[in-house]
Design a protein around this ligand. Structure first.
Ligand SMILES: [Zn+2]
Length: 304
């Protein structure tokens, strides 16, 4: 069965602070037509637009940033994960600052915002990137790979030298409901000793226990966790947001170990370059052999 592209039904807004800048920012989502994609718009800079794609990735250390000319938008990953998780292909994201608000450090607020706006189906088929051969990227003990699968699945594992999160691993088939219930509420996390270093560099100025899990030497400083394995769930959220920059929802099994934004972005780039390892299809169940790579969607429609 084919699925069609989606946008939101009406414009919606929220306000919060930027994690790194600490400044107040207003974000507004506006409906967009089919094949528009997700595009950021800086209202404070002559409405300059920055598409959410691999070609505009910049600055990937503590969050994912996009840039065009001298202009950037920062910390886009949780919003992009929410849009992908809810199947929103087309939207304009207006900002009056350089950074997407961090909200509570998860994607829950953005899920709420999209639900408040309502979802609208468009009459153009959605296109998926279907993996047909493994794609693997290793950097030291960090690794990320995509394998053929009938569905979008994610396996993530993390290990840290900390008593609370030595090793966590989770595999999920990423349906819309699973994303909303199991992944979107998982908050970002950081170590208290790193927070102090970041602050000295002028970063994480907006960070607090209201928008991040903070780990001390032996435990968390927050009153409670939302899930026992909230940390690895948040890594799944991050990788979904970072790989959304590929421009198509993925059909394949993503397996990552000890990744971060920089590795996710490098992988997104590699994935797009390895064109023999995937096909673009218009249905999750469509047999890939019937769809040669590189044939425009209009021709494929005409011949089917
Ligand atoms: Zn994150």
């Amino acid at each position: 069965m084919k699925s069609t592209q989606r946008t939101i039904r009406r414009s919606v807004a929220c306000s919060g602070i930027g994690l790194h800048s600490g400044q107040k920012v207003t974000l507004r989502l506006r409906p967009a037509p089919a094949d528009h994609g997700v595009v950021f718009k800086r209202l404070d800079l002559d409405n300059l637009e920055i598409p959410a794609d691999v070609a505009h990735v910049a600055g990937m250390h503590y969050a994912t940033g996009l840039a065009r000319d001298d202009t950037s938008v920062e910390t886009v990953e949780h919003l992009l994960a929410a849009l992908l998780g809810l199947g929103i292909d087309n939207v304009v994201v207006e900002l009056n600052q350089a950074e997407v608000p961090i909200m509570d450090g998860s994607a829950a607020s953005f899920v709420y915002l999209v639900h408040e706006a309502g979802i609208k189906s468009l009459s153009v088929p959605r296109r998926f990137l279907k993996v047909v051969r493994p794609i693997v990227l290793s950097r030291g003990d960090k690794r990320i790979a995509l394998y053929p699968s009938d569905h979008f699945k994610v396996t993530y594992s993390i290990s840290f030298d900390h008593p609370l999160l030595r090793h966590q691993s989770r595999t999920m088939r990423m349906t819309e409901d699973a994303f909303v219930d199991e992944i979107a509420p998982a908050r970002t996390f950081g170590f208290l000793k790193e927070v102090e270093v970041l602050r000295k560099r002028g970063l994480a100025l907006g960070g607090s226990l209201d928008n991040a899990i903070v780990l001390g030497e032996t435990g968390v400083l927050n009153s409670s966790l939302r899930f026992e394995d909230e940390f690895v769930r948040h890594k799944i959220l991050d990788v979904i947001g970072d790989l959304a920059l590929v421009g198509y929802p993925i059909i394949g099994h993503l397996v990552a170990h000890r990744g971060g934004h920089a590795l996710h972005a490098e992988f997104a780039q590699k994935l797009l370059e390895e064109t023999e390892s995937w096909h673009v299809v218009e249905s999750e169940t469509e047999p890939v052999s019937e769809l040669p790579v590189g044939v425009p969607a209009t021709e494929r429609l005409a011949s089917s």
